[in-house]
Structure formats: structure tokens, C-alpha cells
Design a protein around this ligand. Structure first.
Ligand SMILES: [Zn+2]
Length: 459
């Protein structure tokens, strides 16, 4: 039985709702684009604004500037804590206050940095990613007020959209300030505005450059074409050698996983075709559920290819070519293993014995939720109550690099990944928006979750 008044939480959120929306509008107007400089004034202003909102709720929030790994001034981070009871569980609330750039007005139907309500959605850069996440934390703490029965630690990051370059040194320097039993990451999304989700897994990412060389210098294709294949063709054969006839990776040592975390629904082919804009004649690659193909099985993409442009091309056999391969890895495989597997496979399967050299670049880990953790169960229950519908969990095909890092640094913490995005949110794209009814329910769900986490300990 709950130790708190659920109806009152709902009422409190409703009562403060207009203020919370206004806060989100103010946050959007701050234009906290980290790509314009993580140490910039716009980021400091945004951090100060966010810290102030938490200070009003009793959190001892402050702004601190991180230092990047090469010793330069880093991001403006917001950290803080609120201790209610030494014996209560501690919850770290994470969100980020930086936003994606807006390269131009194309595609926007409203001013990107003016929060604009259309229908039941609020449009604006950072409305969902991750202003909505900040509102979830502020709104939940406000709704609980003095009834808050967990200790809070706060980390609102200022450089997530830049890949968090000073994240690890900053966390390592503040280890004690972040140590928590549960970490709530509000930077993801729901199945639909009215159907909540926990994010069950993230794929990792392994990137490498593959250099293919066949000649010491270019030669005339009329004179030598025949016995000598050009390097672009050989590089293409090398890429093709990664796949079986179904379009699945067949490289030994690259693992595949089925969706984890339960409560998942498969994704329909129709929605994938529509959302991604696939041409009608194209047949989807791979086998098994689409959820597994999108979220937990590995996939490779050639993200760069150095070859002569068509314009100005002439009759020579290209001596060398380079392609860059980005592999999304199964959530629980070490991406360094994937880079090693690619190197071994591609170098030993060189088409026609051309020289193939693989240079591993980045390796970012994936992550999988623990479906049996108490916090997971509490979160699902809280979502069911707040949304009045069963949650549908889902994986994510992309990576959120700091989540596996948090889990690595705090192996005992139960990490919950949630957030107010939905398939119409267009995070990172023009017309970014958040569903206002969805966000309001996310705030209620987080308040209920915090209350449940506090009550668990009292049992
Ligand atoms: Zn984000």
C-alpha cells in the first residue's frame, strides 16, 4: 500500500501545470545550443536558470564548470542535493539543459526559440529534448513538496548534445555527489503520448576506417582494366562480404541479442516504412522481429566513402579507397570486441588479396535495463497509475553514451531511462515538440515513482 496520497499528487501537478509550461517556454527562449560552445555565456545562463528552479524547491543546487580531458574549460553543469533522511534511499535525477542547433528556419512552422502551442503540443527547440526532462524533475519535486521521502541528487548536464566530452572527468571528480541507489534519466521517450514506456536497452557503437589498396599508383583503365579491379570495387566487395543473403551481418564475433526487459510490442513494418520514408519497392533486410532488428541486433552503416566524384572523373583504375564503418552493437556486447572482430574478418577476407587495413576508432558501450530491479517495477506501476494504461517498454537503436558510463561508474545503481518524447517529437529535427498531456502524465508518474521508492525502504 502506498504511503502517500496519489490523488493529491495529481492535483498538485495540475495546480502548477501552467507555471511548469511557462518554465519550459522560458527554458526554450534561452537558446542553450552547446554546439555554439559548451563554455559559452548562453550555456552559463541556461545552467543558472535551471539551478534556480531547483533551489526554489529546496535543492541545494549550484552551477559548476567542468574541465575537458585536455584541460580546457568545459560545460556548465548543474549539480545539487536534498537530504530528507539519512536512511532513505537516494535518487539521482539526470537531464541535460543544452539543446541541438537550429541550422535554419526550413521545416519549422513556428519560431524555434519561442514555445508555441499548437493543438495539444508545445513546439520549440528543446521542448522535449531535454527541456521536457527538466520539467519532469522540477514538477515531480514540486508535487511531492514536504512529502518527499527520498534523498535527491541532481545532475543536469550542459553538453549531452556534444557527446559529453567532459562527462567522465566531471563524474569521477564528483563521485560522492552522484552516488545513488536509483538513477532516473529523463532523456528518452514513450511509445505514444498516451502510452508510457521505460527504455529497456541501448545499442553500443563501434566505428572503424577500412583502407583498401590495390596499386602503388593510378594506371589507365584501358591499358590495365581486366586483371586489376579498381579499389572502389574492391572496397565495395569488402563491404558486401559483411552480409549474408538476408542482409544480416555474418562477421564471426559480432553478437546478436533478442529484446530485453519484457512488456515490449513489436514494431510494425508499416510504421517503419512511413516514419523512415522507405521507397515502396525496397524489401526490409534481416530476419526476426523488427524490434530486434532495430534495437538489439547489430547493424552496420557505411557513413563515409572516399572515392573520386563522378564530376571530373576519368579513365583510371583507382589505386586505393577508404570507407568508414559505423556498427551499432548488441546492448550487452563490448564494442571493442566488435572492432576487433571487424579487423580480423575484413583483413583476412580481403577481396582478391588486396591490402586491407582496418583502423578502429570509437567504441561506445550499450546498455540493458535490469527488468527485475525494484525500481523498474515501481516505475512501471507509477506509469500505469499516471497514464491509466499499461506501459509498453521499448529499446532504442541508438546510443546514449553517458548511460552505460553511469552504470559502469555506479554498478549497483538501478538505472531507469524515461522521458517525454514520442514518435512525433522530432528531437534534433525541425518542429521539435512535446505532448503537453503526455508530459503532465510523465510528471505525475515521476512523482509517484519517487514516492514508491521512498515507501519501499520503509517496508
Ligand atoms: Zn537528449
Amino acid at each position: 500500500m502506498a504511503q502517500f496520497d496519489e490523488a493529491r499528487i495529481r492535483e498538485n501537478v495540475a495546480e502548477h501545470w501552467n507555471e511548469l509550461v511557462e518554465l519550459l517556454n522560458q527554458k526554450i527562449a534561452l537558446k542553450s545550443i552547446s554546439a555554439q560552445g559548451i563554455a559559452g555565456e548562453q550555456m552559463k545562463r541556461s545552467a543558472d536558470f535551471v539551478a534556480e528552479q531547483f533551489q526554489k524547491l529546496g535543492v541545494d543546487a549550484k552551477v559548476e564548470q567542468a574541465v575537458t580531458e585536455d584541460g580546457k574549460p568545459g560545460a556548465w553543469e548543474v549539480i545539487g542535493s536534498l537530504v530528507v533522511d539519512e536512511n532513505a534511499p537516494t535518487v539521482l535525477l539526470y537531464a541535460h539543459h543544452d539543446v541541438q542547433p537550429v541550422p535554419g528556419p526550413e521545416g519549422w512552422t513556428s519560431e524555434p526559440f519561442v514555445g508555441t502551442v499548437q493543438g495539444d503540443r508545445l513546439y520549440g527547440r528543446g521542448s522535449c529534448d531535454d527541456g521536457g526532462g527538466i520539467i519532469m524533475h522540477v514538477g515531480a519535486l514540486q508535487a511531492l513538496g514536504k512529502e518527499l521521502n527520498v534523498n535527491i541528487k541532481l545532475f543536469i548536464e550542459g553538453e549531452e548534445e556534444m557527446g559529453s566530452p567532459s562527462f567522465i572527468p566531471f563524474i569521477e571528480a564528483h563521485r560522492d555527489e552522484f552516488e545513488a541507489d536509483v538513477i532516473i534519466v529523463a532523456d528518452s521517450g514513450n511509445w505514444a503520448p498516451e502510452i508510457p514506456s521505460l527504455t529497456t536497452s541501448l545499442r553500443g557503437n563501434a566505428t572503424c576506417d577500412v583502407h583498401v589498396r590495390v596499386l602503388k599508383h593510378p594506371v589507365h583503365s584501358g591499358q590495365y582494366g581486366g586483371p586489376i579491379l579498381d579499389a572502389v570495387t574492391l572496397a565495395s566487395m569488402s563491404i558486401a562480404s559483411l552480409y549474408n543473403e538476408n542482409g544480416e551481418l555474418k562477421v564471426p564475433g559480432i553478437a546478436s541479442q533478442e529484446p530485453v526487459g519484457g512488456l515490449q510490442q513489436d514494431v510494425t513494418e508499416e510504421s517503419v516504412r512511413k516514419d523512415a520514408g522507405i521507397v515502396d519497392s525496397y524489401k526490409l533486410a534481416g530476419t526476426g522481429s523488427l524490434a530486434s532488428r532495430l534495437w538489439t541486433k547489430p547493424s552496420a552503416t557505411v557513413i563515409g566513402f572516399d572515392a573520386h566524384p563522378v564530376e571530373g572523373s576519368f579513365n583510371v583504375i583507382a589505386p586505393e579507397a577508404t570507407y568508414r564503418l559505423s556498427v551499432r552493437t548488441a546492448p550487452e556486447q563490448d564494442p571493442n570486441e566488435v572492432n576487433a572482430a571487424l579487423k580480423a574478418y575484413l583483413e583476412s577476407n580481403a577481396p582478391f588479396g588486396a591490402e586491407v587495413e582496418v583502423t578502429p576508432l570509437e567504441a561506445g558501450r550499450g546498455w540493458a535495463m535490469d527488468p527485475t530491479a525494484t525500481a523498474t517495477k515501481d516505475a512501471l506501476e507509477a506509469m500505469r497509475e499516471a497514464f491509466d494504461v499499461d506501459p509498453v517498454n521499448m529499446g532504442q537503436g541508438g546510443s546514449i553514451p553517458f548511460i552505460p558510463e553511469l552504470q559502469r561508474l555506479f554498478p549497483k545503481a538501478q538505472v531507469l531511462v524515461t522521458g517525454p518524447e514520442d514518435p512525433q517529437s522530432n528531437a534534433h529535427s525541425p518542429n521539435e515538440s512535446v505532448s503537453l498531456p503526455g508530459l503532465q502524465k510523465n510528471v505525475v508518474a515521476e512523482a509517484l515513482l519517487l514516492a514508491k521508492l521512498g515507501a519501499d525502504d520503509a517496508r
